[in-house]
Design a protein around this ligand. Structure first.
Ligand code: AMP
Length: 423
């Protein structure tokens, strides 16, 4: 029998029940045995029309004597038996069944492509697959170039530059999501070589914060980074970045006094220090940051300007789930209820925008309306809500021109941030 891996997804009707029924049917196909299933992952619809419901996804390991095409036909019949009516590619469906791997076979026919061609772009396939086929993920991850040693990274980057190529650099803490990957894609578009760093930087976390439990998955990250256009992942170790007796820090003043800087003392000092070190090692032409961390991007721009660092900073828009929640690696901490409550972040920002467009200019009134909306959610605890100048980050009394509306709210123990620019 051949070992195969299947991907199952459902975003219509009773999704759990659809998946249960599909698994039952798969297990009773002739000459086929269901061997293992992964846990269930809830994810945003991928390339689906706006307003499509969220998916439940999982992967299954089967053994079968069916040929690849017979297996595909059986799965198509099953999809239609379980009520899939709309055959268009990204439509909502009670059940979607994909063959991810069929033994070691490679097939590239119009009807069937194996391994599944978009497998490496999709964390909602890679993560459940890792649960039931860790060695498969390991071998996919080996296709990506990962450098851990600082000297090796420096040499690699210097070689790229001496050959006349440009470097686009995306610093991250990993557990990559489509927000990170939008930066990687842009870097690859603008530059010859795209480098992605993955480093959970201990010195930017406070003693009571989540440094230890911050989610990490280098294997899946390196597959995702490569498939988005990353040429190399830099994965330094904390003990090498901050050796014994380490004592040099970069501190941007003033802009770090507000917002997250006020709530998280020392945070930006940790960020600017690590980013300065990464810039020194890699010497990128352009570095990419997300507007999601608006203050961070502003602080880094200031550091680059004040310290005459020879590179450009590009800030990319916030990528959100289709229901408005800004993507964050920390979203995995949220329970279903907390995630649902967290939608109030983008909603209250939109509300603030509407109030301003309605003519209200007093920051105090706008903030009060936002806080009122957020406080209605049981699991929410506001850290800050602010309307600030987009350059200095000083609080504004009146919204006259361009302004930043930013907030940080805990849902349970998880602190999330979000922002918009108005005007
Ligand atoms: P992190 O791994 O959280 O440190 O983020 C690494 C980079 O990705 C930072 O520049 C972030 O601003 C950016 N980023 C994080 N989340 C998003 C998002 N939802 N949309 C766009 N960029 C993001």
């Amino acid at each position: 029998m051949i070992i195969c891996y299947l991907g199952l997804g459902s975003n219509l009707g009773d999704r759990q029940q659809n998946i249960r029924l599909a698994l039952q049917h798969i297990g009773s196909l002739k000459n086929t045995k269901l061997v293992r299933i992964s846990g269930i992952y809830e994810t945003d619809p991928c390339n689906c029309p706006p307003g499509s419901p969220r998916f439940l996804n999982l992967t299954a390991k089967i053994k079968t004597n069916l040929s690849p095409l017979s297996l595909l036909n059986e799965l198509k019949v099953l999809e239609s038996d379980l009520g899939r009516k709309d055959e268009r590619k990204n439509s909502s469906r009670p059940i979607d069944l994909d063959i991810l791997f069929y033994g070691n076979k490679k097939i590239n026919s119009p009807r069937l492509k194996i391994p599944h061609p978009r497998l490496k772009e999709r964390s909602f396939v890679l993560k459940p697959l890792k649960e039931i086929a860790p060695s498969l993920i390991k071998s996919l991850a080996k296709e990506a170039k990962v450098i851990s040693h600082i000297e090796a990274m420096r040499k690699y980057a210097a070689k790229v530059k001496s050959s006349g190529k440009t470097i686009g650099f995306v610093p991250t803490m990993g557990y990559l999501h489509p927000g990170h990957l939008s930066l990687v894609r842009q870097a690859k578009k603008d530059c010859d070589i795209c480098l992605v760093s993955i480093f959970v930087n201990p010195i930017q976390f406070g003693p009571q914060e989540d440094y230890k439990k911050y989610p990490r998955d280098l294997e899946v990250d390196s597959i995702l980074a490569k498939s988005a256009g990353g040429d190399c992942v830099f994965y330094p170790q904390a003990k090498d970045m901050y050796g014994l007796g380490y004592s040099t820090y970069v501190n941007v003043e003033k802009k770090t006094d507000y917002l997250c800087g006020a709530s998280r003392p020392g945070h930006f000092r940790g960020v600017t220090t690590v980013v300065a070190k990464l810039f020194n090692i890699i010497q990128p032409d352009i570095a990419y940051f997300g507007q999601k961390d608006f203050q961070q991007a502003l602080v880094i721009k200031k550091m680059v300007k004040d310290l005459n660092m020879p590179l450009k900073i590009k800030v990319m828009p916030i990528v959100r789930d289709s229901d408005g929640l800004a993507l964050s690696s920390r979203n995995v901490y949220l329970s279903a209820q907390e995630r649902s409550d967290a939608l109030v972040l983008s909603r209250s920002l939109q509300k603030a925008k509407e109030i301003i467009f309605g003519g209200e200019r007093k920051a105090g009134k706008i903030i009060a309306a936002m806080r009122n909306e957020i406080s209605r959610k049981k699991s929410a605890r506001i850290d800050y809500t602010a309307i600030a100048d987009v350059e200095t980050l000083e609080p504004l009394e009146y919204v006259k021109q361009k302004a930043l509306i930013a907030l940080a709210v805990y849902f349970g123990k998880t602190r999330l941030i979000d922002n918009i620019i108005v005007g």
